[in-house]
Design a binder for this molecule. Structure first.
Ligand code: 13P
Length: 337
């Protein structure tokens, strides 16, 4: 039974031309996004912003699933309809971020480990009853001379495996997100090495702990140079490195790979995804699970002003369309205004 549910969710999420909207910024993370436009980080504003995104007419053409922050699961639109139902009524699968953020890793406190396993089984049961069919757990790894350390990879892999097992038991598809961060001066080769090492560790642990790889999705970073490296990103190179890294470490049984955008601009993310999508005959379906690269312009246009909501929705819809074209290798930068 549980397998049928998991399989059904994966099929609904991995539809050609569609991907996932990551709208699961925690209260702390959305504070940073809002601060840029002087938007007050109050629950009412977060709710209004998420209502704006989810009620954008036509968005289900490009978005198959949305990852929510837990708070949003219980919020409603201005007519009192739960936001999760606003999504479900458009046939968009409801997901939820279930980790509780990062804490310093004991014995290597400059690195981070994710917390949130305590009470997770009970929370998953509750989320399932609210309609949640997939979840996300993010581990974050930085690149430096001695990082990511084996200890950091080991600890985070253990957490990811425990989380994934609990999700699968609850009928919820786990998105396993080991993000190698793009902050720093490292080269793309260094990003490749770190990402390969992290993914190798993660999959070794997932397999050792008997996570069923057929019923999970991987959410990795693309292989890009560090944001402060001064190295220019070339989409074909990003795609070649990314695909060769994934081929080296991601088992064929994983049904789908859903990329994060990791601080790339909307255009960069589209160009890079498009270049990745030109690689054919891969064992997994590849699509997006973008946060910022789907939302940045829409958030800027809205700026917390209800009178700008419709204009922001138009921008959001167009961005989602462009990302969808990139997923199908049909994007070209001439499509940008
Ligand atoms: P970005 O696409 O902004 O990196 O967000 C995706 C995400 O879910 C990060 O955890």
């Amino acid at each position: 039974m549980v397998r049928l549910v998991l399989n059904d969710t994966i099929k609904k999420l991995l539809v050609p031309g569609k991907g996932i909207l990551a709208a699961d910024e925690s209260v702390g993370t959305i504070a940073k996004r809002f601060a840029k436009y002087k938007i007050k980080n109050e629950e009412e504003m977060r709710e209004a912003y998420r209502e704006l995104l989810f009620s954008t007419k036509g968005i289900s053409e490009y978005i198959s699933g949305v990852i929510l922050f837990e708070e949003t699961l219980r919020e409603t639109n201005s007519l009192g309809k739960p936001l999760r139902e606003v999504l479900q009524s458009q046939n968009i699968v409801v997901g939820c971020k279930v980790d509780e953020g990062l804490i310093p890793l004991p014995n290597s406190p400059e690195e981070m480990v994710t917390k949130g396993l305590e009470g997770l089984a009970d929370r998953l049961t509750e989320y399932y009853d609210l309609g949640v069919r997939f979840a996300k757990w993010r581990a974050a790894f930085s690149i430096d001379k001695n990082f990511p350390s084996n200890l950091c990879i080991e600890k985070n892999s253990e957490q990811l495996a425990s989380y994934a097992l609990l999700c699968q038991q609850a009928g919820i598809v786990p998105i396993v997100e080991p993000e190698v961060l793009s902050d720093g001066e490292h080269s793309d080769e260094e990003c490749f090495e770190a990402t390969e090492k992290v993914l190798r560790g993660v999959f070794a642990t997932l397999q050792k702990r008997a996570v069923d790889l057929r019923f999970m999705l991987l959410k990795p970073n693309m292989i890009v140079p560090g944001q402060s490296s001064g190295i220019k990103m070339v989409p074909e190179r990003v795609a070649n490195l990314t695909i060769s890294c994934l081929k080296a470490v991601v088992p064929k049984t994983v049904p789908g790979i859903v990329f994060l955008s990791g601080g790339q601009s909307e255009r960069e993310a589209c160009e890079n995804l498009n270049a990745i999508a030109t690689h054919k005959n891969l064992p997994w379906i590849i699509t997006y699970s973008f946060g910022r690269a789907l939302q940045n312009s829409a958030l800027e246009v809205w700026g917390g002003n209800p009178e700008k909501a419709v204009a922001a929705q138009e921008v959001f819809l167009r961005r989602a369309e462009l990302v969808s074209l990139a997923q199908q290798a049909k994007y070209d930068k001439s499509l940008e205004k």
